[in-house]
Design a protein around this ligand. Structure first.
Ligand SMILES: N[C@@H](CCC(=O)N[C@@H](CS)C(=O)NCC(=O)O)C(=O)O
Length: 231
């Protein structure tokens, strides 16, 4: 892995897994910024030396190598891209208060992942089982909080797709999985957020880097069987 500047990738190499929503955040951001990069798909079941060396603390993807130097954690990478490539379209707003607010909500979007896991990673049932009521309620509360922050705006960043959108858009493709496992309807509970999800899915940066909802559901079913089989 040279990470050289002469290969058109600007020395950017992304260690990722295509289906990882955290890695998808980074690919969406790179696409929005028009930055070229190379992907190095990782095997998380048998982590290689490069991943272990690049992210010795967590051993997780995504890791962005810039001229060989690793940047870990998806949100830190998005932030880094804004700072390291100031001539590209910014994701974070310029105003300090708006920036702090965007960071808060991007971190909050992680709740979709953890809450979602409580809905779909259950031992009983074949996938359509009734969810724990508290997990379902928590998911609805998270969706409503995000919808309240979105308000009447096109995107969380306003008219322009930004930091919170890039952080949350991968999970929009999981809404169908949350609905099927949680017995809920995002369109009924949060129509504004459902409309935002549809807007994101039509965006080239998102469509090219996120699996369609049915595919996410299928993969989650397979992953669930694999995880439960190991326990
Ligand atoms: N907080 C991290 C989460 C990254 C994460 O959980 N990545 C998963 C893939 S979706 C991973 O690498 N898992 C491997 C492991 O836990 O060993 C981020 O935002 O980058």
């Amino acid at each position: 892995m040279s990470g050289g500047e002469s290969d058109g990738s600007g020395g950017l190499v992304l260690l990722d897994v295509f289906g990882s929503p955290f890695a998808q955040r980074v690919r969406i951001a790179l696409a929005e910024k028009g930055l070229a990069y190379k992907r190095a798909e990782q095997d998380l079941a048998a982590k290689g030396d490069l991943l272990r060396r690049s992210n010795p603390v967590h051993g997780k993807v995504p890791v962005l190598l810039h001229a060989g130097r690793p940047v870990c954690e998806s949100l830190a990478i998005l932030h880094y891209l804004d700072e390291a490539f100031p001539a590209t379209t910014p994701l974070l707003p310029a105003d300090p208060y708006a920036r702090a607010r965007a960071r808060f909500w991007a971190e909050y979007a992680d709740r979709l992942h953890f809450c979602g896991k409580r809905l779909w990673l259950r031992r009983d049932g074949g996938g359509e089982e009734a969810a724990e009521p508290e997990a379902r309620e928590e998911m609805v509360a998270v969706l409503r909080a995000l919808e309240a922050e979105l308000g009447r705006k096109e995107f969380f960043g306003g008219e322009a797709f930004g930091y919170v959108d890039a952080a949350a858009a991968p999970f929009a493709a999981w809404f169908l999985t949350y609905e099927r496992h949680g017995g809920l309807s995002v369109a009924e509970e949060c129509p504004g957020l459902a409309a935002w999800a549809a807007r994101c899915s039509r965006r080239e940066s998102v469509a090219a880097n996120v699996y369609p909802p049915e595919k996410v559901y299928e993969l989650v079913q397979e992953y669930k069987q694999w995880v439960l089989g190991r326990k």
